[in-house]
Design a protein around this ligand. Sequence first.
Ligand code: ACM
Length: 533
Amino acid sequence: MRRNHSTTPRTPRVLGSLLLLAAAGGFALGAAPEARAAAPTPLGRVVPAPASVTPGGTPYRVTRATGIRVDDSAEVRRIGGYLAGVLRPSTGYPLPVTDRGTGGIRLHLADGDFGAEGYRLRSGAGGVTLTARTPAGLFHGVQTLRQLLPAAVERKTVQRGPWSIAGGTVQDRPRYAYRGAMLDVSRHFFTVAQVKRYIDQLALYKVNELHLHLSDDQGWRIAIDSWPRLASYGGSTQVGGGPGGHYTKADYREIVRYASSRYLEVVPEIDMPGHTNAALAAYAKLNCDGTAPPLYTGTQVGFSSLCVSKAVTYDFVTDVVRELAALTPGRYLHIGGDEAHSTAHGDYVAFMDRVQPVVARYGKTVIGWHQLTGAHPARGALAQYWGQDGTGAAEKAQVVAAARNGTGLILSPADRLYLDMKYTRGTGPGTDWAGLVEVERAYDWNPGAYLAGLPASAVRGVEAPLWTETLKKSADIEYMAFPRLAGAAELGWSPAATHDWNAYKVRLAAQGPRWDALGVHYYRSPQVPWPAR
Ligand code: ACM
């Protein structure tokens, strides 16, 4: 698919001089700093790197006369409305969304070799046309279009243009179907509004799976009608002893709806049989000795277990899975399975053997942390690998053997993609049990060749988890996620042939002003050549 990948500006010289003059004007008039860069962003300078970029021709300039032309379809019209919602506040232009007229920015569904999420972007003097086979493809194309406009386009007040999009063609589709981010809402609870904010940030980088870690020792975060104390009591605190919280079913549906409007699938996780203190505290009968432990607000792991030998445990699991599956239009239900240090190995295997068919009964595909490969992964199940360079050979071999046997893998190496690892010794929030993970380390590895002996087809994608023992507010989430999340997204989307740290860091640097404009709090790593603020 890759024809020509380039991040080199090909702006014609005369036009370039004119744009330089315009840039100087913007500077003199005191525009926001990012508005000074008036030369259009080179066509390939986006994250994730597109599969194929063919620059050339005249840029398209968005003006007061530009319309967003959509197919006569509710979903394409909605995507057009989303794009207008990004562009109108900063440009001040009306940007009507219409199925009439010619030119402008056109969003169009058509058959073609685009895949389930790919798109083509063509830009020239007469307009920009995005074409895809699916609405998801158009939406991802819109994210590319956004990044081709100056960063000031992300501001919520009228900014000085010009609003030019470089000429040429981008033909793009993802390397992996699964490109995820996980948010731990158990260790600290995050509101629906905070989750939506993160969803919007993920969508900008074409992430398409939102894994919510909904239960752990410190908090149960989803209302289950048949076991109401899970949320009302089990969700009543968090790390450090704050008030915690939980999602009502309406809240959860709203998260699912919002994620879906940004083409992300929600993957809910109920972590079992370990990481269950909140449930055990809420219901004494779930404990082998019939005694409920107190709520837990510390950060230790591995001390809790469901009672594998009790029948009520499976009534509980069945009720939870049934209610959660009914709330979840997505394909997956994540059953955790990590760090079950207080469950005897035989019990762990028996538990996983018994729980996986429950997930299937309610129409969902199992995902488990890679310890699931120490039991009997169900046919079609996915294992999420969170080992690191130092993980023992036997554990790696077990994962590879499962993959050879048909278990798909999602790669989340802790010493690469765990977004809660500190960048450096001096990073304020975060932890360091998997080491310090600077931006280059997070980006510079190949998911396709990560575990020796792994069939390439076993790798279904990558996911960047964010554990929140030390993270309390959206600014904390953002500081740990950005810029590393962008690299994880690129590993999931971009062809291996585009992988190059030195080229990536230049494209990444261009995201800085965009994050500034969006109000995203991020780590200005010295490894990245950020433009001056
Ligand atoms: C994990 O980090 N315990 C999956």
